[in-house]
Design a protein around this ligand. Structure first.
Ligand code: ADP
Ligand code: TRP
Length: 345
């Protein structure tokens, strides 16, 4: 067991395995933050036999900001191709599209009735996104975390691997879960966040977290030359201006990336040589570039191969949808019954 106690004890579903649920929006190509904070961590959870992993492409979340409806379907396929190429083996994980399981939006409506407005008003991502999209602050953007809670609770998931910025949403999902259970009886186990060792990757500017909206990313599909170019101008320890100056790896973003991509013995060498001043930032970035491209090259190649086979990806998503709907249908029968919806029975 991954959790100390059986998280399903006393709940109706006779599940013996911990269910993992996570998702990402199909908005553009993934970057290193998404990879290190989420996707790589998802893959780590696959091999464990007491885990039932489900991953969702959350297209219904993507419509809460301006988007292009013509390209959304191909971005969904591209996202699925990237997940598979990044290591999500469809034989071991259920991969599906959120809008193809309408129970997500149904449950979100029911959960909204136990969600305090004040909690939604506190969400920092809502505040940030409303600042970024002043011309379109819609109710969907405001209730976004309720749909996210529905994504998780619908599968009675107990483990939710996400980056740091989603922890507040998860706290709200836990609160909604408790409120629902205490009002209607035990239906959902409480989900727990699972953070990777690198839950908050900073952008290349060193100023804010790496994010597609900040133009400070290394893309998972960037070719090696572009990665090299981006790293060359990346922010490092501001006190290390020239070769010979002693550096401070603990505050350097390049070192954080080395921690994610370079082997432990290499890290020890880099740490010592940076502190002594013997290793300059240029050389340190070159070796990082080598380590990053060694890991990303096969992912990029496989993603491009899979994107050229949309039928295969589509078949994976069909199978994922069927399995997800089976679980979702059973949870919703329980939810409607407990809430007294419909004619009973
Ligand atoms: P973005 O901020 O680029 O819009 P998303 O909000 O779509 O990214 O995030 C998708 C997943 O990737 C989430 O689990 C999120 O926590 C994780 N993630 C995003 N950016 C980072 C980052 N800079 N460091 C670590 N994890 C991140
Ligand atoms: N809100 C998450 C993000 O922006 C995406 C998401 C939607 C999610 N539903 C989820 C993540 C359920 C984990 C579990 O990244």
């Amino acid at each position: 067991m991954l959790l100390a106690q059986d998280p399903h004890k006393g709940y109706p579903d006779a599940m013996k395995r911990n269910r993992v649920l996570s998702g990402m929006q199909p908005t553009g190509d993934l970057h290193l933050g998404n990879y290190l904070g989420a996707l790589k961590q998802w893959v780590v959870l696959l091999g464990k036999e007491d885990i039932d992993p489900l991953f969702c492409i959350v297209d219904a979340h993507a419509i809460t900001v301006e988007y292009d409806q013509k390209s959304l379907p191909s971005r969904v396929i591209d996202a699925a191709a990237t997940y598979i190429a990044g290591g999500l083996d469809p034989e071991k994980a259920t991969i599906f599209v959120q809008s193809e399981v309408p129970e997500h939006t149904e449950l979100a409506w029911y959960l909204a009735s136990v969600t305090p407005m004040g909690d939604l008003q506190r969400m920092t991502q809502f505040k940030e996104k409303s600042d970024q999209h002043k011309q379109n602050i819609n109710a969907g953007l405001f209730t976004y975390p309720v749909l996210m809670a529905a994504d998780i609770l619908l599968y009675r998931a107990t483990i939710v691997p996400v980056g740091n910025d989603q922890v507040q949403h998860l706290e709200l999902a836990r609160e909604i879960c408790r409120k629902f259970n205490s009002r209607f009886g035990k239906v959902f186990p409480e989900p727990q966040p699972r953070l990777s060792k690198t839950p908050r990757i900073m952008g290349l500017d060193g100023k804010s977290k790496m994010s597609k909206s900040k133009n400070n990313t290394i893309g998972l599909l960037d070719p090696p030359k572009l990665i090299e170019k981006k790293l060359r101008s990346a922010f490092t320890d501001p006190e290390k201006l020239r070769l010979g100056d002693p550096g401070h790896p603990e505050i350097c973003n390049i070192y954080t990336l080395h921690e994610a991509f370079s082997p432990p013995e290499e890290l020890l060498k880099i740490d010592a040589a940076c502190r002594s001043g013997e290793l300059g930032c240029g050389d340190c970035k070159k070796s990082l570039c080598g380590a990053v491209t060694a890991e990303l090259d096969p992912i990029r190649e496989r993603t491009l191969e899979l994107r050229a086979k949309p039928q295969y990806v589509s078949d994976v998503l069909d199978a994922g949808r069927d399995r997800a709907r089976e679980i979702a249908g059973s949870t919703m029968n329980d939810v409607r019954r407990k809430m007294g919806l419909g004619r009973g029975g």
